[in-house]
Design a protein around this ligand. Structure first.
Ligand code: PEP
Length: 236
């Protein structure tokens, strides 16, 4: 799953999505998803409709409609063919003050609108250094897990240590494995089939060793998803 963040233009998107369409071969065994800026959903739909590549938004409003200037609802994302919505990306949490409860409200709104929420969690470097990783992950997931078993079964969860996002410094496979095992335990029986993605400086040269770990079912990829050959190499 690629997260373009606030990158792209009509021209560069056309080239990137065109290249991905040509490269992507289902036999690689991975599903490919792009989460694009909202203004480019129509273009993405036009270029990817009918291909096996799916797309989604990078955020979704906790509300269904109304006086929420600047927000995009799940129904709006759906109308442009989105299947997914990232919620609680660390940039939303830190730059936009999203609390754990707001993230859960957004996950619920996505589910109500027929989207799969991709709930992002992860600790800061300070929290890791202070031995608080498990505590932070449990705290972030608590209101999401309170949505109940039916909701849990429909989630995707991405573990993204904040210190690894956009820094070129990925978690080691062992560090990622440990947290994924914890998340698998926290989601319990209801979440036994929930895909768990690792995110944080995933590149073609470290993807293989991360994917070899138990409970790492895929990746949430920022920078490398902007280069078709790199993104495809990770999927492959
Ligand atoms: C992200 O944006 O979620 C991310 C993991 O970015 P990067 O791959 O660039 O670290």
């Amino acid at each position: 799953m690629g997260n373009w963040k606030m990158n792209g233009s009509l021209q560069t998107n056309q080239a990137l999505l065109g290249e991905l369409r040509e490269l992507y071969d289902r036999t690689c065994g991975s599903d490919l998803v792009v989460c694009v800026p909202a203004p480019y959903l129509a273009q993405t739909q036009q270029l990817l409709d009918g291909t096996p590549i799916t797309w989604g938004g990078q955020d979704v409003s906790a509300h269904d409609k109304g006086a929420y200037t600047g927000e995009v609802s799940a129904a709006m994302l759906s109308e442009f063919g989105s299947r997914w919505a990232l919620v609680g990306h660390s940039e939303r949490r830190t730059l936009h003050g999203e609390t754990d409860q707001v993230v859960a409200d957004k996950a619920l709104a996505a589910l109500r609108g027929g989207l799969t929420p991709v709930v992002c969690v992860g600790e800061s470097l300070q929290e890791r250094d202070q031995g608080q990783v498990a505590e932070v992950i449990e705290r972030q997931l608590k209101p999401v897990l309170a949505l109940g078993d039916e909701a849990i079964a429909r989630l995707v969860i991405a573990y993204e240590p904040v210190w690894a996002i956009g820094t070129g410094r990925s978690a080691t496979p062992e560090q990622a494995r440990e947290v994924h095992a914890l998340i698998r335990k926290l989601v319990g029986d209801a979440g036994k089939n929930v895909p768990l993605l690792y995110g944080g400086s995933v590149k073609p040269d470290n993807a293989g060793e991360l994917f070899a770990m138990d409970n790492i079912d895929g990746a949430l990829v920022g920078g490398a998803s902007l280069v078709a050959t790199e993104f495809y190499a990770i999927a492959n």
